[in-house]
Design a protein around this ligand. Sequence first.
Ligand SMILES: Nc1ncnc2c1ncn2[C@@H]1O[C@H](COP(=O)(O)OP(=O)(O)OP(=O)(O)O)[C@@H](O)[C@H]1O
Length: 324
Amino acid sequence: MRSPESPVLSIEGLIKDVGPLAALDGKMLRVVNGVSLHAERGQVTALLGANGAGKTTTLECAQGLQKRSGGSIRLLGEDPDLAGAGLRSRVGVMLQDGGLPPSARPLPLLRHIAGMYANPLPLGHLVERLGIDSFSRSSVRRLSGGQKQRLALAAALIGNPEVLFLDEPSAGLDPQSRQIVFELIAELRDAGMGIILTTHLMDDAQRLADYVYIIDAGHNVAEGTVAELLQHGEASRDGITERTLSFDAPAGLDLRAALGGLGEGLALAEDRAGSYTVTGALAPEHLARLTAWWAEKGIMPASLRLEARSLEDVFLDISGRDIR
Ligand SMILES: Nc1ncnc2c1ncn2[C@@H]1O[C@H](COP(=O)(O)OP(=O)(O)OP(=O)(O)O)[C@@H](O)[C@H]1O
């Protein structure tokens, strides 16, 4: 648990029932069952979970878009179910499909939104950072998925919020835009904004998140920094640190010969022609043996990477591998 010192968002034991549902003979369905989460200023907090885990419902309750059935929520110290425009003006929300009016053009739309806030960010700066100029003459309905995404982020930020909710912030973005959006998120975090994001992309969470909550079937199943969660993954394997060494080199190498007697207990594979992985309890001796063999044979790999388990491995261990 981290210290809840002036959290931007504090959720304790959130319950959300939906219905009554005809499919359940008129009964209610509990879709969030006791989720707790704390998000701090100056941090990126990620909420991860499989499809249907309850992420959207949790965050919509936090934003006051859905009324909770039980538990407590404080967003910037206020109950979102009771708060008014004052709270909304301090909160930025970027939804996955943007929720932007289809016939609007980017700049008038952003100017209009900026006009609703007391201290908006300078429009020109945001427009330039997010490359909105290049499509400012098109209407929202004609924008590509990635352009809409960047415009939605600008719309969420223009009011200069203290807390920002991001739903799948890199969905549909090309590598250049993703880089720009990530840099902007890191800058906003460093400037003290509290950022709460949901994503299915473990890479994004691993790169951006200061603290991660994993929920499943409506309740918390794990939490911690990325490093803590990765350690959890290691501990769950009887204290043995499993690592993967991957490298690209000429096709058809005999890895077993390369590792000699040290290959026992390791999984050796040439996944594609010339693309190799060695997985298991790798020790420095394995690396020494392999690199000595390369030197002996005059082999210089085109790429080489050593990693412990990824957040994706840990996520799958924690929330199971069954499709939802
Ligand atoms: N109004 C509703 N009526 C019936 N079921 C609902 C309703 N709202 C949510 N649910 C169900 O509650 C569960 C949680 O939904 P939610 O959208 O919060 O999940 P999620 O974690 O955001 O999923 P995803 O990753 O797929 O977006 C799902 O199984 C969903 O079908």
